[in-house]
Design a protein around this ligand. Structure first.
Ligand code: SAH
Length: 346
């Protein structure tokens, strides 16, 4: 028991100094108490349902050069691919048959996918699967482009802010990128009417509780419908290839804090969490998460969407393995929900 956890549950927010002191005070015992409360809140809004999203990593070509990311443009070792419209639609058809009702199109910022071309793909997917939600995650764009895709039928958008501390942001990104631009995109997406997901990496090189406190304060202000967090994991061909990965323990603690701060948020137990621990995603759900994003990309490109080393991409995490996922969820008292799994306002 910690007075700041009580306060967080009561008031849904803490001051910068309080966030830092709670993060630094964490112990296994405190984590157990936090996770118990986080699970109770998750249950209050969504019962024991875990929402599934079929993730389609449709291009690993990227014009950006983020220092942590394996598909950054300077990584000559990355084997590049780009799915065609027909391949993407066939992933959706396969996913639909497996019961998925949300498709997430994620990729690098690939100039070959012009705004118009992606808008046409969005309309085809929504035309063929009108009962499905479509989520885009293709980085920073002018507001007019976000609007074009929204008008074409996109429902949701994932864009992690990565870190809400401007100096730390500069340490993770090349000079042409900025926290200001990132935030501007997030506010534009909200204003247009997307269900918005933001989030950050845990344990990125140089990160301390001070930066994490900024991340939590920023999420509080933004009030996104979804929050994606996962441990930083080094990718050997990037400038951060020799840095240590973020920890399971800290990632889980943050999941619990986010559930208390934004009680009805849709909170994935991410692939990165599943990569650093064999039961990472189950532990994430037990800490307050309620979304899983199995991989629907064609088997032959899954390994090439290599944001970081050792990304799980061979079996268990595959969307095709729905039965095994259902068993894992049942083992922790949860079940895979049907339907789009939209956000439930508080
Ligand atoms: N181009 C899109 C999608 C980026 S990939 C965009 O800009 O939003 C999705 C997420 O993977 C990123 O937001 C980042 O937080 C995460 N990621 C990238 N490299 C990583 C690494 N080395 N370890 C852990 N997560 C990473």
């Amino acid at each position: 028991m910690h007075p700041l956890i009580d306060k967080l549950e009561r008031e849904r927010t803490l001051s910068r100094a309080e966030w830092i002191s709670l993060l630094d005070a964490r112990t296994a015992e405190l984590a157990r108490d936090l996770f118990r409360r986080a699970r109770a809140l998750r249950r209050k809004y969504y019962g024991d349902a875990v929402f599934l999203r079929g993730l389609i990593e449709f291009t690993n070509c990227c014009k950006n050069d983020c220092y942590y990311c394996g598909i950054r443009r300077s990584n000559r070792a990355a084997v590049r691919y780009r799915l065609t419209e027909e391949q993407i639609l066939s992933c959706c058809r396969e996913g639909y048959a497996l019961g998925y009702r949300t498709f997430v199109l994620q990729g690098g910022e690939d100039p070959a996918w012009t705004p118009e071309r992606l808008a046409a793909l969005v309309s085809s997917i929504k035309g063929e699967f009108p009962d499905c939600a479509l989520t885009l995650s293709v980085g920073e764009q002018p507001r007019a482009v976000y609007q074009l895709w929204f008008d074409a039928g996109a429902d949701r958008y994932l864009l992690r802010h990565e870190t809400a501390d401007a100096a730390h942001y500069r340490a993770l990104h090349p000079p042409e990128m900025s926290l200001e631009a990132r935030k501007r995109c997030l506010w534009d997406l909200k204003a247009i009417g997307y269900q918005v997901g933001s989030g950050f990496m845990v344990g990125s090189p140089g990160q301390t509780s001070v930066q994490l406190a900024e991340d939590l304060l920023f999420l509080r202000r933004l009030e996104p419908q979804m929050v994606g967090i996962g441990p930083f994991i080094p990718q050997k061909d990037t400038p951060f290839g020799a840095q240590p990965a973020g920890s399971l323990e800290l990632t889980l603690f943050l999941l619990g804090l986010i559930r208390l701060m934004l009680p009805s948020v849709l909170l994935p137990a991410t692939t990165a969490l599943g990569t650093i621990h064999p039961r990472g995603r189950e532990l994430g759900i037990l800490a307050g998460a309620n979304v899983c994003m199995p991989n629907l990309s064609p088997q032959e490109v899954r390994g090439q969407y290599a944001l970081y080393d050792n990304k799980i991409c061979t079996g268990e995490e595959a969307a095709q393995n729905r039965r095994s996922l259902e068993r894992r969820l049942a083992s922790i008292g949860c079940y895979a929900a049907d339907g789009r799994g939209d956000y439930r306002p508080l």
